[in-house]
Design a binder for this molecule. Structure first.
Ligand SMILES: NC(=O)c1ccc[n+]([C@@H]2O[C@H](COP(=O)([O-])OP(=O)(O)OC[C@H]3O[C@@H](n4cnc5c(N)ncnc54)[C@H](OP(=O)(O)O)[C@@H]3O)[C@@H](O)[C@H]2O)c1
Length: 261
């Protein structure tokens, strides 16, 4: 048995899938969570065979607080302390806010904001009691700028960035650190799900792959860095968004992100 257990949300595809593989390679036991149980079980079999690590999978819809309670209660009952929490699961929706499906928009907040906050609350409380732990929250470059036509998503990632920075500083001296990773466009199932495939901004911006993003994000978490923006271009984008006057930034972003039909 490994000395540490990592809980990864959104492990069934993309960045979360790659993070899970790297954590297994680094010798951690794993608890993998997402809705698609079949995908999780495939990954479980692969990781157990390849890295001889213990992998528990749970099919959970994280937009439900009751489901998060079920996850936490199960880990308590089975005496599995979580030493590393990776809040990776996230969704987005592209399009005019008024035309969007309200349930999908609220689910973005339930998953990207509420679930991340509630999981952080449950597991950092235990980590602080044990005096050891690491949290990796996956935000986005979107967290540095408002996003017309993806207003809820950008706002949700701004929350993740600000929440993570504040919590990291609050927890200084407890043995628990919070790292927030802010990737730019990354090849995964995200853009299909969000409907951004074929958008102007995806055509203009360089795309990283999920393995690169996972590796850089975990490296920062292991060094207990507070904020990491994978990729030089993405980093430059976040810095320029900080110094560009808000009105000019919004003018550019509206033109870049407007859906063309
Ligand atoms: N791809 C990008 O360009 C990009 C850029 C910046 C930041 N990010 C962020 O990176 C993170 C990972 O996204 P990705 O790019 O790897 O996309 P992805 O391939 O679509 O992965 C999203 C993961 O979240 C899980 N998920 C979605 N809804 C869920 C729910 N209700 N309950 C539990 N799990 C749920 C999905 O699994 P199930 O469907 O099986 O539940 C999947 O494993 C997200 O937070 C995203 O916002 C992505």
């Amino acid at each position: 048995m490994a000395l540490t257990t990592a809980l990864v949300t959104g492990a069934s595809s993309g960045i979360g899938y790659e993070i899970s593989k790297l954590l297994a390679e680094q010798g951690h036991d794993l608890v993998l969570v997402a809705r698609r149980g079949d995908r999780l079980r495939q990954l479980q079999t692969y990781l157990q065979q390849e890295f001889n690590t213990s992998v528990k999978v749970m099919s959970i819809d994280l937009t439900s607080l009751q489901e998060i309670d079920r996850l936490y209660a199960t880990l308590q009952q089975e005496n599995i302390p979580v030493d590393i929490l990776v809040n990776n699961a996230g969704v987005g929706n592209w399009g005019a806010f008024t035309a969007g499906d309200p349930e999908a928009q609220l689910n973005e907040i339930r998953l990207n904001v509420v679930a991340l906050t509630y999981l952080s609350k449950l597991f950092t409380t235990d980590m602080v009691q044990r005096g050891l732990g690491k949290v990796l929250n996956i935000a986005s470059v979107s967290g540095f700028m408002p996003g017309p036509y993806m207003a809820v998503y950008h706002a949700s990632k701004a929350y993740v960035l600000a929440f993570s920075e504040a919590l990291n500083v609050e927890l200084k001296g407890t043995g628990v650190s919070v790292t927030v990773s802010c990737p730019g466009p990354t090849a995964s199932e995200f853009h299909q799900q969000a409907g951004t495939t074929g958008s102007l901004f995806l055509k203009l911006l360089p795309m990283m792959n999920s393995t690169q993003v996972a590796r850089i994000s975990l490296g920062a978490m292991n060094k207990r860095k507070m904020v990491i923006v994978p990729g030089t271009f993405n980093w430059l984008m976040t810095q320029s968004s900080r110094i560009t006057p808000r009105a000019i930034l919004l003018f550019i972003l509206k033109r870049l992100m407007k859906p063309v039909h």
